[in-house]
Design a protein around this ligand. Structure first.
Ligand code: PLP
Length: 366
């Protein structure tokens, strides 16, 4: 089955005798004991099982675990590591997960943040007890590209697990498990949900091994699991994911080129642009460049805020991946410690008509 077909059919498992065309929402927390049955909804639920099935299929994995947020999914990986383990993580990492490593796991896990655009930096940072190499590509918010194949090869020689945060690319454009990663992570709040109305996360494993069993244990005993309703909503959203991603990427590519040629824009970060540092690697490992881009507006933070305030169709809000365009001055969301440039504007390009989006930007950047 091709991706579009899997997205529509792999999340449906009908057991109801009325044979509804879509899977009903099962709210029960407990189920009568019988062979192969779901027992208790913290451990499993029919809607979650269906969601995990479609997630595993889309990412070419054997197993998947759905969580109540992307951060809960990421945290489960860290919790599954033995105390004292060393982690190599990217210097441009989703700030919420970076903060977990720095604050919640301080003294428990040891982390080095490196620039992963050069795989040599990972080689240099590897230690005997490096258990995990965390990749995020394209990264948030600088759209840095890391070479998944090269990094996985280096990590494998050291017996380190590779986890790739695939939130920006989605399984439509990038399949890290086919390039050597052991686990893929998603904030399903973003493109997989796609309508800015579901909070969720997921891990997908290439195989069911000892480390996966630990993750499943963290998921089930910790209980940071999505509700049946959220699982239903997400399974529904995933059906249109391949078509939404095509639209997002097409719009983002055209807007990136437009911004790149604009006299009031200093720099554009979009992996689809030939002048992007990671363009070559992105072309080798992605089948599309996604719907996220960032740019530096000429001027300071106030000028960036002014541009944002003039926009009509881009809502000034954090998060990304919805059908509605969102924009934000990223440093303001990341707090005072951030290294993100103060005049950096991050855009989640939506599915409104391209002409309306371009006109809007033209007005605001004047
Ligand atoms: C949003 C996001 C997360 C965290 O996900 P939540 O669903 O907000 O908990 C992790 N990684 C990336 C790249 C994200 O964009």
């Amino acid at each position: 089955m091709k991706l579009e077909t899997l997205a529509i059919h792999a999340g449906t498992k009908i057991t109801d005798s009325h044979r509804p065309a879509v899977q009903p929402i099962t709210l029960a927390t407990t189920f009568e004991h019988h062979e192969d049955s779901v027992i208790y909804s913290r451990a499993a639920n029919p809607n979650r099982n269906a969601l995990e099935n479609v997630l595993a299929k889309l990412e070419h994995g054997k197993v998947a675990a759905a969580f109540s947020s992307g951060n809960a999914a990421g945290m489960s990986v860290f919790q599954a590591l033995a105390p004292g383990s060393h982690i190599i993580a990217p210097d441009d990492m989703y700030h919420g997960l970076r903060n977990q490593l720095l604050e919640i796991f301080r003294g428990i896990l040891h982390v080095d943040f490196v620039d992963m655009t050069d795989p040599e930096n990972i080689k240099k940072a590897l230690k005997e007890n490096t258990k995990l190499v965390w990749i995020e590509t394209p990264s948030n918010p600088l759209l840095k590209i890391s070479d998944i194949r090269a990094i996985s090869k280096i990590a494998k020689e050291n017996d380190s697990i590779v986890v790739c945060d695939n939130t920006f690319a989605t399984p439509v454009f990038q399949n890290p498990l086919l390039m050597g990663a052991g686990i893929v992570m998603h904030s399903t709040t973003k493109y997989l949900g796609g309508h800015s109305d579901i909070l969720g996360g997921a891990l997908i494993g290439k195989e069911k091994n000892g480390f996966w069993d630990k993750i499943r244990n963290v998921q089930i005993s910790g209980g940071a699991v999505p509700s049946p309703f959220d699982c239903y909503m997400l399974t529904r959203s995933i059906k249109t994911l391949p078509y939404r991603m095509k639209g997002h990427a097409e719009h983002a590519g055209i807007i990136a080129t437009y911004l790149d040629n604009h006299p009031n824009v200093e720099k554009v970060y979009y992996p689809g642009l030939k002048n992007h540092l990671g363009h070559q690697i992105a072309s080798n490992q992605m089948t599309g460049f996604g719907g996220m881009l960032s740019f530096l507006v000429k001027g300071n933070a106030d000028r960036a805020d002014e541009v944002i305030s003039k926009l009509q169709f881009f809502t000034n809000a954090t998060s990304l991946g919805g059908v509605e365009s969102l924009i934000e001055r990223r440093a303001a969301s990341e707090g005072p410690e951030t290294k993100t440039p103060q005049n950096l504007i991050r855009v989640s390009v939506g599915l409104e008509h391209l002409d309306d989006l371009l006109d809007d930007l033209d007005n605001a950047l004047h």
